[in-house]
Design a protein around this ligand. Structure first.
Ligand SMILES: [Zn+2]
Ligand SMILES: [Zn+2]
Length: 391
């Protein structure tokens, strides 16, 4: 938080949003600190949102800690899995939580879980005008602080306005015990910044997309820190998990500061979203967000490096040509390097390992920009250029 404020104070881009997040605590006593915080804020009626796994991982202990305060009245809301056994952010889960929250009476909602529990909570918190506290149980995504909730409505995924948390308490004891695939997914979500940051530079220079140097630097530093700790993250050491957690939170804060997702989401996220929609249509079980983002990042990196080598002036126009080509060469790693990093943390390294078939991959590389039509990525520029030469 302090670093964020320092970085923000040196940037005069004119795009900074006010950040309403009050507190970020990362450490091995973060659960205890939740209880101190709610006492200080005089929150008495609290709804604790968990699923069966996160209740065991942290919810039960947090419930005990909060109950030690005499005035506290805690309602436990255990979100039920759907028919395929997954806890998802859909109508049913949202209504389940909303029925546990009493408008005008509930003081705070506490989300104890990974991305999905947070998405359910931020939607309900926003619509019921109740603040919420984030207690992540896995360092799996950079979206804990997000003000948008991706939810499933009638089987389609849409992102709707929602609340960000007023405080985050990330307990390293809990996070180091998270399932390895969730840790690997969090690392994958960070790795995706290699291409999202490049796309941001591309959009800024070729299409006048808004830009913030502080948000860029915060995200880039978080990415570099994460990559330097890949071994430790794969081995789930406390230091490794702490670095990953800090990086994910920093990336989320950079988006809050800038008010838009440019720093953290480029073509790799559009591919991931495209695959997700295809999986929903086929009724296939969803893949982890960060696992998709990382594999997509390697595919996009391969494409961008090839495009830079070809150097088509229509894609890399003057006067920004040299800068863009240099950035791709310096900032977008070889796909083999990205795969090596993914292997280090135990993540899927290829579309094949992930379960994305050749046809879907091919189609997504041609069409994924439509997921976010106003975002000027190099993928979008390439596909528009390709289509214009066909006609
Ligand atoms: Zn992401
Ligand atoms: Zn700025």
């Amino acid at each position: 938080m302090q670093n964020l404020q320092e970085q923000a104070s040196t940037c005069n881009c004119g795009h900074h949003e006010k950040i309403t997040l009050e507190t970020v605590e990362i450490g091995n006593d973060a659960l205890e600190q939740v209880a101190q915080y709610t006492e200080r804020r005089q929150f008495q009626r609290m709804v604790l949102v968990v699923d069966n796994n996160t209740f065991e991982a942290a919810g039960e202990r947090l419930q005990q800690l909060l109950s030690s305060e005499a005035e506290a009245i805690i309602t436990l809301c255990t979100i039920d899995p759907n028919a395929s056994g997954d806890v998802v952010a859909d109508e049913a889960s949202i209504v389940q939580l909303m029925l546990s929250v009493e408008p005008g009476i509930t003081d705070v909602i506490i989300a104890v879980g990974a991305g999905t529990i947070h998405d359910i909570t931020r939607f309900a918190a926003y619509h019921m005008h109740v603040p919420f506290i984030s207690v992540p149980t896995a360092p799996s995504v950079d979206g804990f602080t997000s003000k948008g909730a991706p939810v499933l409505l009638r089987g389609s995924k849409i992102t709707i306005p929602a609340s960000g948390p007023i405080a985050i308490f990330a307990d390293s004891g809990v996070l180091t015990q998270a399932p390895q695939e969730l840790i690997a997914a969090g690392f994958g979500d960070m790795l995706g910044k290699y291409t999202s940051l490049l796309d941001w530079q591309y959009g800024r220079h070729t299409a006048g997309e808004p830009y913030c140097e502080a948000a860029y630097r915060i995200t880039r530093d978080a990415l570099v820190a994460c990559v330097s700790q890949a071994e430790a993250i794969g081995a789930r050491t406390e230091q490794g998990i702490r670095t990953l957690t800090e990086a994910l939170i920093a990336s989320g804060l950079a988006m809050l500061l800038f008010g838009q997702s440019h720093p953290a989401s480029g073509a790799e996220h559009h591919l991931s979203h495209y695959w997700e929609m295809a999986y929903l249509r086929r009724g296939k079980r969803q893949l982890l967000h960060g696992a998709k983002v990382a594999v997509a990042c390697a595919e996009v990196a391969r494409m961008y490096r090839e495009l830079a080598a070809e150097g088509d002036p229509a894609l890399f126009p003057e006067p920004v040509r040299a800068e863009l080509l240099a950035r791709i060469a310096a900032d977008v790693p070889e796909p083999s390097r990205l795969r090596e990093l993914l292997r280090t943390v135990g993540a899927p390294v290829s579309p094949d390992e992930l379960g994305v078939d050749e046809e879907l991959l091919h189609r997504s590389l041609q069409e994924a920009q439509h997921v976010r039509p106003n975002r000027h990525t190099l993928l979008k520029a390439f596909n528009e250029q390709r289509l214009s030469t066909l006609h």
